[in-house]
Ligand binder design. Structure first.
Ligand SMILES: Nc1ncnc2c1ncn2[C@@H]1O[C@H](COP(=O)(O)OS(=O)(=O)O)[C@@H](OP(=O)(O)O)[C@H]1O
Ligand SMILES: Nc1ncnc2c1ncn2[C@@H]1O[C@H](COP(=O)(O)OP(=O)(O)O)[C@@H](O)[C@H]1O
Length: 186
């Protein structure tokens, strides 16, 4: 998934964590941003919650403790990559403030840049999008513990950026995250 580093813009890594409910638009925005950054010559790695869980944490489910462990593992991997000049995009729900704070601290302690983007799509819109059919399955009672339905999501209090995907098209969300990176010198 990485591109080739070709210039100064590729030299400074950092992590962009996209947190939000299932079907909020985290992956969609991350993939579109990744394409844009690669076209600029950056090395980019997307660490998608679903994909990373399958290889890094197959034993983990969706209890509070398992989610916390999974988020911290992704955070550790993100920090390692970002410390080597990769721009890491992590579209991961990360429902607990304490887990997100731990990931932020992991980056700070190693002098690696980190920004949190809240993809603040409300549950009603996520349920209508329902990319993977999870909201419908929760409504039908065939699954329990879905974030934003019957499992907690602790909203970020002070994210570096909050996106409203009801009003903004995908391109505008990508543009706003890109502008945040520029503002941060990333
Ligand atoms: N119960 C429950 N709650 C939330 N999500 C569920 C659940 N069961 C499966 N899935 C699927 O797993 C994806 C979320 O994985 P994450 O690692 O991002 O979640 S977490 O940070 O550990 O909470 C999530 O992906 P996204 O929809 O892309 O967010 C779901 O597809
Ligand atoms: N403004 C928007 N930003 C992001 N996604 C959007 C937007 N409008 C509609 N969508 C759609 O919402 C869905 C979000 O799915 P996905 O990115 O997989 O969510 P998540 O990774 O948060 O679970 C996609 O089908 C996407 O095309």
């Amino acid at each position: 998934m990485t591109g080739t580093a070709t210039g100064p813009a590729a030299s400074r890594g950092g992590t962009v964590w996209l947190t939000g409910l299932p079907s909020a638009g985290k992956t969609t925005i991350a993939l579109a941003l990744a394409a844009r950054l690669r076209a600029e010559g950056r090395r980019v790695q997307v660490l998608d919650g679903d994909e990373i869980r399958a290889s890094l944490s197959p034993e983990l489910g969706f209890s509070a403790a398992d989610r916390d462990t999974s988020v911290r593992r992704v955070g550790f991997l993100a920090r390692l990559l970002a410390g080597h000049g990769v721009t890491v995009l992590a579209p991961v729900i990360a429902p607990y403030a304490a887990s997100r704070a731990a990931v932020r601290e992991e980056h700070r302690a190693h002098g690696v840049d980190y920004v949190e983007v809240h993809v603040a799509t409300p549950a009603t819109t996520c349920a209508a999008r329902d990319v993977k059919g999870l909201w419908a399955r929760r409504a039908a009672g065939t699954i329990t513990g879905l974030t934003g339905a019957d499992d907690p999501y602790e909203e970020p209090v002070r994210p570096e950026l909050r996106l409203d995907t009801r009003d903004d098209p995908i391109d505008e969300s990508v543009r706003r995250v890109r502008a945040l990176l520029t503002a941060r010198g990333l």
